[in-house]
Design a binder for this molecule. Structure first.
Ligand SMILES: Cc1cc2nc3c(=O)[nH]c(=O)nc-3n(C[C@H](O)[C@H](O)[C@H](O)COP(=O)(O)OP(=O)(O)OC[C@H]3O[C@@H](n4cnc5c(N)ncnc54)[C@H](O)[C@@H]3O)c2cc1C
Length: 403
C-alpha cells in the first residue's frame, strides 16, 4: 500500500492525549453505573460537550484531518473508556455522516448543528434504516415516502434498532419512494425536531452497550416539506429516471461511501479490545497462584501475546482503511469491511480471553471485563454483520456474485 504510514502526526497525537485523558477520568469511571442504569448518560455527554468533544466542530475537524487517522484514534480512546457511553457520544456522528453523504450543503448547514445542539443544550441525532423485516437485507425496507399534491412528503412505517431513536432531535430516515426499484428506489429524509407522527416505540433492553439508547421509531403520517428530501428532488428524479432506463444509478457509489464509514466503527471495537487486553495483562502481572504470578505461566503469557498481537492487527487494518478512505483510494479488496470484520471479531475474542485470565473475578461485575465482553458482541452484528462483511470481501476478492 504505497504511501500509507502508520506514524501519527503531532496534531493527531495531541488529540489522542486529550481524548485519552477524558476517557480515563470521566468515561471509564462512569461505565459501570450507566451500564446498570441502562439509560442515556446525559451528564457525561454534557461533560463531553463542555470540553468540545461532543460537538459538530470536533467531528468535522477530525473527519477532514489529512491522514484520516484522527477519527479512528479518537474513537479508540473513547471506546477504551466505555463502549455504551462511547456510542452515546458518537452515535450522533454516525447519523451526521449519513446526512453528510446524501445532503446538499444547505441541508448540512441547517440540520447538522441541530443534531448536536449546544454546550448548554445538548441534542442527539439518529439514523433509521433498519426495520423488523429489513436488517441485512436493506432492499426490503417497507417504510414508504409519498409525495402529496402540496409537494410535501408523507412517511409511514416502522423503524427498529435505531440508536438514539425517538430521543434524538433530528432523525435521518431511509424510505422507499419506488418499491419496485428495491434499494435503488430509496431516498433519505430529515425529520425535523417535533414533527407530528414520529414517536418512539419499544426501547430495547440489551446484552451490552446498555448506556446507549436503542429503540423502535414509528412513523405515522409524518409530513415533511420537500426541503427535507436529502440531495433534493431534481437529483432523486434524475437518479430514478436512470434506473428505470436500465442505466447505472450511482448506487455502487453510495455503497462505496458506506464502506468509508466502516473504519470508524472498527476503531470502536479496537478500543474495547485494547481495554480488555490491558486489564487482563495488569491482572496477570499481579495475581499469584502456586507461589508465582499467573502471567509467568506460558499458558497465560501466550494468551496475552496473542491478545496484544490481534489488537495491533485490528488497529493496523483500521488505520489502513481510514487512510484509504481519506485519500480517496478505492477499496479494491473491501478493505473497509476487512477492518470492521477483524476488529469486531478481535474485540469479542480478546474480551472473552480477558474473562478467562481473571478467572472467577472476571465473571463478576466487580471487574469491567464481563462488561467489555458484553459490549464487544454488537461489533459482529451492527453496521453489517460479520457474515455480510465476509460476503462483501468474498465478492471483492473473487469477482463472483457470491451469495
Ligand atoms: C444495539 C443496536 C444498535 C443499532 N443501531 C442501528 C441504527 O442506529 N440504525 C440502523 O438503521 N440500524 C441499527 N441497528 C441494526 C443493525 O444494523 C442490524 O441489526 C444488522 O444490520 C443486522 O440485521 P438484523 O438484526 O435484522 O439481522 P438479520 O439480517 O436478520 O440477520 C440474522 C443473521 O443472518 C445472517 N444473514 C443474513 N443475511 C445473510 C446472507 N445473505 N448471508 C449470510 N448470512 C446472512 C446475519 O449475518 C445474521 O447472522 C442496530 C442494531 C443493534 C442491535
Amino acid at each position: 500500500m504505497s504511501g500509507f504510514c502508520p506514524e501519527l502526526s503531532g496534531d493527531v497525537r495531541e488529540v489522542r492525549e486529550w481524548v485519552r485523558t477524558f476517557a480515563r477520568d470521566v468515561i471509564r469511571p462512569a461505565g459501570a453505573e450507566w451500564d446498570e442504569r441502562e439509560e442515556t448518560p446525559w451528564p457525561v455527554i454534557q461533560e463531553a460537550a463542555k470540553i468540545g468533544l461532543y460537538s459538530l466542530d470536533f467531528f468535522a475537524t477530525q473527519w477532514f484531518e489529512e491522514s484520516g487517522l484522527a477519527l479512528p484514534v479518537a474513537f479508540e480512546e473513547i471506546f477504551w473508556g466505555d463502549a455504551g457511553i462511547g456510542l452515546s457520544i458518537v452515535g450522533t456522528g454516525l447519523a451526521a455522516a449519513a446526512l453528510a453523504s446524501n445532503g446538499t450543503p444547505e441541508q448540512m448547514g441547517e440540520w447538522l448543528p441541530q443534531m448536536f445542539g449546544t454546550e448548554n443544550d445538548v441534542k442527539l441525532g439518529a439514523f433509521c434504516a433498519s426495520e423488523p423485516d429489513a436488517g441485512s437485507d436493506v432492499g426490503a425496507i417497507r417504510t414508504r415516502a409519498e409525495r402529496d399534491p402540496s409537494g410535501d412528503w408523507i412517511l409511514n412505517g416502522v423503524k427498529t434498532w435505531a440508536t438514539n431513536g425517538g430521543i434524538a432531535n433530528v432523525h435521518v430516515v431511509v424510505a422507499s419512494v419506488d418499491p419496485a426499484l428495491g434499494t435503488r428506489g430509496q431516498a433519505s429524509f430529515v425529520i425535523p425536531p417535533g414533527t407530528p407522527g414520529l414517536s418512539m416505540g419499544q426501547k430495547f433492553k440489551k446484552h451490552g452497550i446498555r448506556a446507549s439508547h436503542t429503540a423502535e421509531v414509528v412513523l405515522d403520517q409524518v409530513r415533511v416539506p420537500a426541503a427535507c428530501l436529502l440531495g433534493g428532488q431534481e437529483k432523486l428524479e434524475s437518479r430514478l429516471a436512470r434506473v428505470r432506463n436500465g442505466e447505472r444509478s450511482g448506487e455502487q457509489a453510495a455503497m462505496r461511501t458506506f464502506e468509508t464509514t466502516r473504519p470508524s466503527v472498527a476503531a470502536m471495537a479496537v478500543g474495547i479490545a485494547r481495554a480488555g487486553y490491558e486489564y487482563a495483562r495488569d491482572y496477570a502481572t499481579e495475581r499469584e497462584q502456586f507461589g508465582r504470578k499467573i502471567g509467568e505461566n506460558q499458558a497465560i503469557a501466550f494468551l496475552l501475546a496473542d491478545m496484544a498481537t490481534r489488537v495491533d492487527m485490528a488497529r493496523l487494518l483500521t488505520w489502513r482503511a481510514a487512510w484509504m478512505a481519506r485519500k480517496g483510494r478505492q477499496f479494491e479488496q473491501a478493505e473497509g469491511s476487512m477492518s470492521k470484520l477483524v476488529a469486531g471479531e478481535t474485540a469479542v475474542w480478546v474480551t472473552e480471553q480477558a474473562i478467562q485470565i481473571l478467572g472467577g473475578a472476571g465473571y463478576t461485575r466487580d471487574h469491567p471485563v464481563e462488561r467489555f465482553h458484553r459490549d464487544a458482541k454488537i461489533y459482529t452484528i451492527f453496521e453489517g454483520t460479520s457474515e455480510i462483511q465476509r460476503l462483501i470481501i468474498g465478492r471483492a476478492v473473487t469477482g463472483l456474485p457470491v451469495r
